[in-house]
Design a protein. Structure first.
Length: 365
């Protein structure tokens, strides 16, 4: 039976591995809320199915589905995808699922952070979020993995990346936002990350992707591809509001070293041309008080850095952008010569506020 642990990963010799290390599988949650996903979430469900089926060619996939949608999901997913019934408030497994940690013997444990829907009552994206907050623990219980549970430290999985080798990377915009842990100093937040991810160094980017509704999660702007190797969301357009964000990140990372003293190799992934919500897309979403509205003309925080690294593959969001879709594929194939680069048209996912990395959570081997 999975036990709640009272110690910390660092004290017990566990660390958060890099996403590029071997996986046992991948966890996802089925989308259904109609105040975030248009047309009864049917187009989003199709996109989630494509992502799940693509990943399932390389590793096991478990889809968590509410009781209400259980049969519909079973119908749409192939039989090699495990479907488990689980209550949820939405479908962002990266943020609500456990962060898994491993030790040198290959034992795996989970971390259950506190979740407040990206900002709680201050600027959270929906209310309530209590079912989401139980997902990490439930996943650990299903997998029979002991877990560390932080009662009051707010964190989403998409707001951290680890190289598995002593370094984590985050954004100040998210982790220092007053809607997360306003009573903690930057140093206290950093120390908590060091203790739970078991890293010696935390790299702090000032910002993420412009207009990212998560308060600019790190996983939308940068991705660790290997220790010392990063893919960074970029734009050459100095007039784009994204430019100062990406430039500041690039300048900072160019001057920094990681915990092992390595200079960082930075690969630029140019963002696609603006993804704007159309009138038809906006009209398909139910307006609900307390949920972030999806308004016509709103720019979505589209970025190729929001990919998922599976065993043997990289699952990459595409936006139908003739120039930059292709460039992203080529850049990633160079970074990952031994993995297939699998592009998925992800407009329906970004319309919900995130992308492929945000809807997946790897469980290490
Ligand atoms: O990008 C993410 N990690 C989650 C986005 C949440 C959007 C809720 N509408």
């Amino acid at each position: 039976m999975a036990r709640k642990l009272e110690s910390t990963p660092r004290a017990d010799g566990y660390r958060m591995p890099g996403e590029f290390e071997p996986h046992k599988g991948c966890w996802m949650i089925w989308p259904e809320r109609t105040d975030n996903w248009r047309l009864g979430a049917k187009p989003a469900q199709k996109a989630f199915v494509e992502v799940a089926e693509a990943i399932a060619k390389y590793e096991e996939v478990t889809m968590c589905v509410s009781q209400r949608q259980y049969m519909a999901a079973k119908e749409m997913l192939s039989s090699n995808i495990r479907v488990v019934e689980m209550s949820n408030d939405d479908s962002w497994m990266r943020d609500v699922g456990p962060t898994f940690v491993i030790n040198n013997e290959g034992d795996v444990r989970g971390i259950d952070w506190r979740f407040n829907a990206w900002g709680g009552l201050l600027d959270g994206l929906y209310f309530p979020w209590d079912k989401d907050d139980q997902v990490a623990k439930k996943v650990c219980e299903i997998e029979n993995k002991d877990f560390y549970s932080l009662e009051s430290f707010i964190l989403e999985g998409g707001s951290i990346h680890s190289d598995g080798d002593g370094t984590a990377i985050v954004t100040e915009a998210c982790l220092l936002d007053e809607s997360r842990n306003p009573d903690l100093s930057k140093e206290e937040i950093e120390n908590t990350l060091k203790e739970y991810l078991n890293v010696e160094k935390v790299l702090w980017l000032p910002n993420g992707i412009y207009l990212d509704e998560t308060n600019e999660h790190v996983d939308n702007i940068v991705h660790y591809c290997a220790p010392g190797v990063l893919a960074l969301g970029w734009t050459d357009d100095e007039k784009d509001q994204q430019f100062p964000y990406s430039k500041a990140a690039f300048d900072y990372l160019s001057k920094e070293t990681d915990a092992k003293g390595r200079k960082l190799e930075i690969h630029k992934l140019h963002i696609p041309n603006e993804v704007l919500i159309t009138q038809e897309e906006s009209e398909g979403v139910d307006a609900v008080d307390g949920t972030l509205p999806r308004l016509e003309g709103d720019r979505q925080a589209a970025s190729y850095a929001n990919f998922y690294i599976a065993n043997g593959a990289v699952i990459l969001p595409l936006f139908g952008d003739e120039k930059y879709d292709e460039m992203a594929k080529k850049t990633l194939q160079k970074i990952f010569p031994d993995r297939d680069i699998v592009g998925i048209y992800a407009r329906e996912i970004i319309l919900g506020g995130g992308n492929i990395h945000c809807i997946t959570q790897q469980q290490p081997k």
